[in-house]
Design a protein around this ligand. Structure first.
Ligand code: DHB
Length: 366
């Protein structure tokens, strides 16, 4: 039986539907990495099989099954939403196929299969820093608003607990649905509650619509500050949000404005190839593919348990800064920055002004 000189990697993301921007970002980043790396790893040619799961978990499950059984991929990657990652996890376990989560960010995802490694982030990792920053910066009373599913639960819990520990007061905890949210009724409640600030988590792709309604309802004019995880001031949409976004403070692991040499080159190359700005999903995809390539280099193109083990403990510089795949948890350890939206040279950016170094997922520090 001749050894194949090609290895296949399945990338399963929403390319259509409400989370299409996540798929578009990851696809673009994968194409950039393929061009920069020459598309070879472990002495073999790498072939990417991109699949659109439309953001529906049953479709993710079917596509991942086909990629593993029919296409014999060495790894599956992508996973744009928590329910999609959770749907695929048992298939990774049963087939012993490494699964690289490039986007989804509920803390517990890595515990759903020992074959999962993650290159995105976790909401506890992103949200705890805001629970520190806000009470030290004149914000004593907040309302929180999160999307009602895994990452929203994590963001609310870890922000609120840290905020309370630092002497803050939480007036109300509000939720919106994942599918087709209408922010008007919750924003009215926020107005009536008159907090110093509103804390928000929404998944990538919903930030622009939210920001528009925040402005239209006059919450900024009423003196209610907006604080959030960086999912809300998403670099994919930020530049079109307008003045209402100016001054919004967020905590997150990636900004397209991160001032390292590697990031400047990454953003320039990405924009030259695709004509749009990379966001945190793009970086998760870029680093995820790079992680698989480094693993394949170590195993000389072998997949399965060997590839999984070769990805554990990897440490490298990413456009976001240094990252580590924790060998015990298989989750990512990375810097989390506090950022403020500013206009520079006519464009809006998340400008980093403070950092927590090498943050492990607080959801796993029990
Ligand atoms: C998830 C999705 C997002 O778009 C995001 O910004 C954070 C988390 C998720 O479903 O896990």
């Amino acid at each position: 039986h001749a050894q194949s000189d090609t290895v296949k990697i399945g990338v399963v993301v929403p390319m259509t539907g409400q989370s299409a921007s996540t798929g578009r970002q990851i696809d673009a980043a994968v194409k950039l990495w393929m061009a920069q790396s020459g598309g070879k790893a472990g002495g073999k040619k790498v072939e990417i099989l991109l699949r659109d799961d439309t953001g529906v978990a049953d479709v993710t499950r079917r596509l991942v099954q086909e990629l593993i059984v029919n296409d014999k991929v060495v790894a599956v990657a992508g996973f744009g939403l928590t329910p999609l990652a959770l749907a695929a996890a048992p298939l990774a376990t049963q087939s012993k196929t490494p699964m690289v989560v490039m986007a989804a960010a509920t803390s517990s995802i890595t515990e759903a299969s020992p074959y999962i490694v993650r290159t995105s982030f976790t909401l506890p990792q992103a949200a705890v820093g805001m629970g520190e920053w806000a009470p030290k910066n004149g914000i004593k009373k907040v309302v929180s608003l999160v999307t009602d599913y895994g990452p929203g639960n994590d963001a609310e819990k870890y922000f609120v607990n840290q905020f309370l520990l630092n002497g803050g007061q939480v007036l109300e905890k509000l939720r919106t649905p994942l599918r087709s949210p209408d922010f008007a009724p919750v924003l009215q409640k926020v107005r009536d509650a008159k907090p110093d600030a509103l804390f928000v988590f929404l998944p990538s792709g919903q930030g622009a619509q939210f920001m528009k309604q925040f402005g239209e309802r006059g919450l900024d004019k009423a003196g209610i500050r907006l604080i959030a995880t960086g999912d809300v001031t998403d670099d994919d949409q930020l530049n079109d949000m307008g003045d209402v976004a100016l001054g919004v403070v967020t905590t997150h692991h990636y900004s397209a404005a991160h001032p390292s040499a590697m990031n400047k080159k990454f953003v320039a190359d990405f924009q030259a190839m695709h004509k749009f700005r990379p966001n945190f999903m793009g970086v998760g995809g870029y680093d995820g593919l790079r992680l698989i390539f480094k693993g394949l280099d170590a195993t000389k193109g072998q997949g399965g348990e060997a590839l999984l083990n070769a990805m554990k403990g990897q440490l490298f510089e990413s456009p976001r800064g240094q990252i580590l795949i924790d060998a015990q948890t298989r989750d990512i350890v990375q810097d989390v920055h506090t950022r403020k939206v500013e206009r520079k040279d006519g464009q809006l950016w998340n400008v980093e002004f403070d950092v927590q170094k090498a943050v492990k997922d607080p959801g796993k520090l029990k």
